[in-house]
Design a protein around this ligand. Sequence first.
Ligand SMILES: [Zn+2]
Length: 307
Amino acid sequence: MDGDRLRIPKVGWVRLHGSGQYPGCKAKQVRIRREGSDDHPKWYAHVFYEVPADQVGPPAPDGALGVDRNCGQATDSDGEVHPLPDTAKLDANIKRKQRKAAKARERSRAFGQPLSHRARRICGQLRKMQRKKKRRREDAAHRHSRRMADSAHTVVLEDLNTKDMTRSAKGTDGNPGRQVKQKAGLNRGILASNWGRLERHLDYKAGRVIKVNPAYTSQTCAVCGHVDKENRRTQAHFQCTACGHTANADHNAALNILERGMALLPTAHGAGASARREAIPLGTSTTREQGIPPPAGAPVPAGYTGI
Ligand SMILES: [Zn+2]
């Protein structure tokens, strides 16, 4: 390792992209990963640095952060929005390439031939695009989780079961479901949001991860606690029908999630803002502490998606 160059045995010196974030820090470990096919391999090097504690930003005085995960973005209780990468253009290109690949494959098959050179080339291009999309999503999950873990010791999330949430609305033959197409679109959005990955990253990056019951977090007023479906007339806007409090709907939900998480903490002196403001002393180990299971009872209503 020398500046932004890395020497790999049997390969030689290679340039590193995106390095130089931790000047003066010692590289501790390098992991080499290969993507692509045997004929056209793509190599990636993940370099791990040893960074002294004083060079990493200290966690914000707010010891805890609530995070509302949504379709396409996450909002935390400080009001910060963590958007997903915009892959609309890439998605459109992938779709076009998929159609092309299907046609090319069909043509080869019609003549009873093995895949033509052209078909194989198109399939290779398609796989390359899909790998790019995957890398973008992974990168976003890493950056968001890092940011959350840096700004708070404790991160509170909704205990979402993606598998249940993305269950098809198709129903059975005797009892067909409603709005099947819409639900399918929502499912795609939930799966694309990659929230499971964010959770796994937070599990090892944050000091403590608390999961809370997601029921009604989006319909509850963060100020007075009034629960009403009418509180949330639109996707983005929240207005309490009891006290008139108005807020961004996702931010309001994130505050509720934080509140629930704090209520579960055995050490919290109450669940209000004062408990939240309790700063963790500098130098506190950020190794994961024991998780706190969500409370029993309060079942999640059927069909609830958390969105
Ligand atoms: Zn209210």
